[in-house]
Design a binder for this molecule. Structure first.
Ligand SMILES: [Mg+2]
Length: 122
């Protein structure tokens, strides 16, 4: 069981992610914006963070920048509705470890397993 934080302002998408991840036996925490995510990260050790880019109060862009400035090196994946090569490069430059599209298809579980594998220390 892994501890995963889902940061997403749309409650329906948070719910879908929560269901998919819980089905795989993971423990899921939720935040509806980056500010809430930052406060959760202060108190918890997450194996993986999935983070929307566009959110009110504090966006994913601002949040990842803040995390990396604080030298917090947990594995953080951007989740986005659409992604050009340029968008992806920008996200990686800001400090995201990877990006996935919000289509959550059959490949989703494989992607999560792959992220968790890459997130392991050492
Ligand atoms: Mg959003």
């Amino acid at each position: 069981m892994k501890k995963i934080l889902v940061v997403e302002d749309e409650s329906v998408i948070r719910m879908v992610l929560k269901i998919l991840l819980k089905e795989k036996g993971h423990m899921v925490h939720e935040a509806s914006n980056g500010e809430i995510a930052l406060s959760l990260v202060e108190k918890n050790q997450f194996d993986l963070i999935l983070m929307d880019l566009h959110m009110p109060v504090m966006s994913g862009y601002k949040t990842i920048k803040t995390l990396r400035e604080k030298k917090m090196d947990m594995f953080v994946v951007a989740i986005t509705a659409s992604m050009t090569e340029e968008d992806k490069n920008e996200a990686l430059e800001l400090g995201f470890d990877d990006c996935i599209l919000k289509n959550f298809d059959d490949n989703f579980n494989n992607q999560i397993d792959q992220f968790l594998g890459r997130a392991l220390p050492g």
